[in-house]
Design a protein around this ligand. Structure first.
Ligand code: CA
Length: 95
């Protein structure tokens, strides 16, 4: 069974951007360290076209959107589950 979770963050009526910080991260690794073919977290900045994909156990760097919209996608396939992830979402002034 595949599991999908999509969470969209949209900060209304403000000039702030969205910051996503990971405190814990452990997802099933992909076929190689650079390709996530199984369980994946994707971080999407709506103002750019390059989503970032993460799997394995390396903690992703802090992610800050360009504008006021961002999305976290989580995909999990039907076998091998690891611990998952813990992230904090905050709204911050752009740098
Ligand atoms: Ca899996």
């Amino acid at each position: 069974m595949l599991t999908y979770l999509f969470v969209t963050y949209h900060r209304l009526s403000t000039l702030q951007v969205i910051k996503i910080s990971f405190a814990d991260f452990a997802l099933e690794s992909g076929a190689s360290s650079s390709v996530c073919t199984h369980d994946t977290v994707m971080l999407i900045d709506y103002d750019t076209s390059n989503p970032l994909a993460y799997c394995g156990t390396d903690l992703p760097s802090d992610f800050t959107t360009t504008g006021d919209m961002g999305r976290v996608d989580f995909y999990s396939d039907g076998s091998v589950a690891d611990r998952g992830f813990l992230a904090t979402i905050t709204f911050v002034d752009p740098e």
